[in-house]
Write a protein that binds this ligand. Structure first.
Ligand code: HEC
Length: 164
């Protein structure tokens, strides 16, 4: 191919591209006009739920498991302590004070589980935070059975009672 012909071919590229773009835009138009994020008359706005909210359909997980909390027997608390050392101390620290080595990289830092703010949460709320995660904290739904999560809730509660 001569330089002249090559140049001519290159010159055609923008024309081709704009043709393709036009085709894409036109193809996209007719249906997308009806599927837009704006609210239609009488339609309830689609609000984003707060991070800690719970689905009433139980889709977020955890609600069904809430029905069977495990009583805070010394055995359950001990089991919870054991699991806490494995799954929580790296972030929340040995005594749950939020001073675990991995946790120091988090903004905000992991909560002090002995604090009044965490201790005034309901058992269910702590259970759901472990189940679904909380802000930057990961979910433990896949790693821990509901019963294991309840053991941990009982242990976290005992931290408040004893003051750490
Ligand atoms: C990878 C680090 C990490 C691990 C592991 C972790 N957490 Fe957390 N946790 C956090 C961080 C960070 C926060 C604070 C999140 C925030 O306030 O935005 C938090 C917050 C919490 C809170 C307080 C929520 C609130 O309402 O303020 C509880 C309760 C909690 N964690 C329990 C646990 C338990 C129990 C475990 C073990 C099953 C655990 N966490 C494992 C990082 C972690």
């Amino acid at each position: 191919m001569s330089i002249y012909r090559a140049k001519k071919a290159i010159n055609k590229i923008p024309v081709c591209l704009s043709g393709i773009m036009l085709a894409i835009v036109l193809a996209g138009c007719p249906t997308e006009m009806t599927e837009q994020p704006s609210y239609k008359p009488q339609e309830a706005p689609l609000l984003t739920p707060p991070a800690s909210s719970v689905s009433t359909q139980g889709r977020a997980g955890g609600l069904r498991d809430l029905a069977s909390p495990t009583t805070a027997t010394p055995k359950s608390i001990e089991e919870g302590r054991y699991l806490f050392q494995i799954y929580c101390t790296m972030c929340h620290g040995e005594k749950g004070r939020g001073d675990g080595p991995v946790g120091q990289k988090f903004i905000p830092k992991p909560a002090d589980l002995t604090s009044a703010r965490v201790q005034q949460l309901g058992d269910e709320e702590i259970f759901l935070r472990i189940t679904n995660g909380f802000q930057t904290m990961p979910s433990f739904k896949k790693d821990l059975t509901p019963q294991e999560r309840w053991h941990i809730v009982n242990y976290v509660r005992s931290l408040g009672v004893k003051g750490g």
